[in-house]
Write a protein that binds this ligand. Structure first.
Ligand code: GLV
Ligand code: MN
Ligand code: MN
Length: 413
C-alpha cells in the first residue's frame, strides 16, 4: 500500500480548517449551531469549495443539495470511492460532529495531491444534506434520497421551528448555489468510508486511537401530538379539564415502562417538547413530543416501536392522540472487508484500534445497500457529543485522517 498520502496529512491544516468551520454558527462555550440550508451552512460550504478548488477538485451539487468534491483517477470510467459526512450541526452542537468527516476527506485528497499520488479510481468527498434532523426532521435526508431509500420530495412539507417548509428552504438553497454544476442524484460507488468522532466514551476510556466500526444500531423517530383544550388555570375544576401536559406526563411515564431495558441497550429519548399556549395560567391545549428509539436488534425495535401508539392511548385520559413515525433506519452491519481495511490501516500507522458498533446513526447507514461500507471513529473527550463541549484533539483527528487516507488509497488503487 502506498504510504505517501498518509504521510502528507497535515494535522495543523486540518485543525485550522475545522476551527475555521466552527466560526460559521459559533455559539458560546465553543459550540456550533449550523442548521442545514441556512446562510451559515452556505457560507461554510463556500469556504470548503474554495479549498477543494485549490487542489483541482471538481465541485458539483445534486437536487438534494448534497455537495460533491471529486478527484479524478487515471481511469475516469471506474466507479469512485466515496467518503464524507455532514456539515450541519445540532442547535446546541459541537465543532466536530459531521464536519470532521468532510474536512478529513478533503485533507486526505489534499495529502494525495501534495504527495502526487495517482489512484486508478476517482475519489469523491460528499457533504450530505441535513444529517442531524435538528431543523427538519428526520435526519439523513440527503443520504436517504441519494441511496433511493425515499425521494427527497418525501419531506417537502416538513416545517422547521419557524414554519419554513423543507421544499422552500431547499429551493432557496439550490438557487443560491445555481452557479455550481449539477449532477444527478444517486450513484453506485465502489465503496463508502466515513470518518467521524465516536460520540461515546469507549475509545478514550480504553485508550484506543481508532475504532473500526462494525455497524450501526437501528433508529425510529415518532412525533406524538396530544390535543386537549385550553382553559383557565384558576377556575377550571380538574374534572372539566382536557390537560395536554398532564396527559403527556402520563404518556411518557407509560413509555418509560414500555422501553425499560435492564441491560441498558435500548435507548429511549424524549428530547423535544412543544406545549401550547405555553403560559402559566392556562391549561395546555396541546403538547407535542418527540420519541427517539434505538436498538441493534430489529425485532426489538419493531416490537417496542409498534407498541408506542397503543401504550399512549391507554395512558392518557382526556386528550386526542396522534402518533406519526418520521424515521425508521434499520440496524446495519458493515462489510467485513471494510472493517479489515480500517484495522490494517491503523496497524500500518501503529495506532491502537478496536472494533465497536455505533450508537449514533450516520449517513453511512444508507450506503450499505449500494456498496461495501465502513466507518472510522476517533476518540472524543468523555464521549461528549451534541454538546458545545464536544472535543477531539488535533492529533486524535489526524490519526483518523491518516487511516482514512490509507483506506481510500487502497480502495482506489
Ligand atoms: C445523529 O446525529 C444521531 O442522532 O445519531
Ligand atoms: Mn454526525
Ligand atoms: Mn449528530
Amino acid at each position: 500500500m502506498k504510504q505517501d498520502g498518509a504521510a502528507a496529512v497535515s494535522e495543523q491544516r486540518q485543525w485550522d480548517r475545522l476551527m475555521a468551520m466552527a466560526q460559521f454558527g459559533a455559539i458560546p462555550g465553543d459550540g456550533v449551531n449550523r442548521a442545514c440550508l441556512t446562510r451559515n451552512d452556505r457560507a461554510a460550504r463556500r469556504v470548503v469549495i474554495g479549498w477543494a478548488r485549490e487542489i483541482g477538485l471538481a465541485v458539483s451539487i445534486d437536487e438534494a443539495a448534497n455537495l460533491w468534491l471529486r478527484r479524478e483517477g487515471t481511469d475516469p470510467a471506474a466507479r469512485p470511492v466515496l467518503t464524507g459526512s455532514h456539515m450541519d450541526s445540532q442547535p446546541n452542537g459541537g465543532r466536530f460532529d459531521g464536519i470532521y468527516g468532510v474536512i478529513a476527506g478533503l485533507e486526505a485528497l489534499t495529502a494525495l495531491h501534495d504527495a502526487k499520488v495517482k489512484t486508478r479510481r476517482p475519489i469523491e468527498v460528499v457533504a450530505w444534506t441535513n444529517e442531524e434532523g435538528g431543523r427538519f426532521a428526520p435526519g439523513c435526508m440527503g443520504s436517504m434520497s441519494w441511496a433511493g431509500h425515499s425521494p427527497i420530495t418525501t419531506w417537502s412539507d416538513v416545517r422547521d421551528h419557524d414554519g419554513i417548509r423543507f421544499a422552500d428552504a431547499l429551493a432557496e438553497h439550490l438557487a443560491e448555489e445555481a452557479d455550481l454544476p449539477r449532477r444527478k442524484l444517486g450513484g453506485a460507488p465502489h465503496a463508502y468510508i466515513e470518518a467521524h468522532i465516536e460520540q461515546g466514551p469507549r475509545l478514550e476510556a480504553e485508550e484506543f486511537d481508532i475504532g473500526a466500526v462494525t455497524g450501526i444500531q437501528g433508529s425510529r423517530w415518532f412525533t406524538v401530538t396530544l390535543t386537549g383544550e385550553s382553559a383557565h388555570a384558576g377556575t377550571t375544576p380538574l374534572k372539566l379539564r382536557h390537560d395536554a401536559v398532564q396527559d403527556m406526563v402520563r404518556a411518557i411515564t407509560a413509555l418509560n415502562v414500555l422501553m425499560h431495558d435492564p441491560d441498558d441497550v435500548l435507548r429511549f429519548t424524549v428530547g423535544r417538547v412543544v406545549v401550547s399556549p405555553n403560559t402559566s395560567n392556562s391549561v395546555a391545549a396541546s403538547a407535542t413530543f418527540s420519541i427517539d428509539l434505538r436498538h441493534p436488534d430489529p425485532g426489538i425495535l419493531r416490537a417496542r416501536g409498534n407498541a408506542v401508539e397503543g401504550v399512549i392511548q391507554a395512558a392518557v385520559r382526556d386528550v386526542a392522540v396522534s402518533v406519526q413515525e418520521s424515521f425508521n433506519a434499520l440496524p446495519v452491519l458493515f462489510d467485513s472487508g471494510m472493517i479489515g481495511a480500517v484495522e490494517q490501516a491503523a496497524r500500518a500507522e501503529r495506532l491502537r484500534c478496536t472494533r465497536l458498533a455505533s450508537g449514533a446513526f450516520h449517513d453511512a447507514q444508507f450506503a450499505v445497500k449500494l456498496a461495501p461500507t465502513g466507518m472510522i471513529f476517533v476518540p472524543c473527550r468523555k464521549g461528549i457529543s451534541h454538546n458545545p463541549a464536544e472535543y477531539s484533539s488535533p492529533d486524535q483527528l489526524a490519526h483518523g485522517t491518516r487511516v482514512l487516507t490509507r483506506v481510500l488509497t487502497e480502495l482506489a488503487a
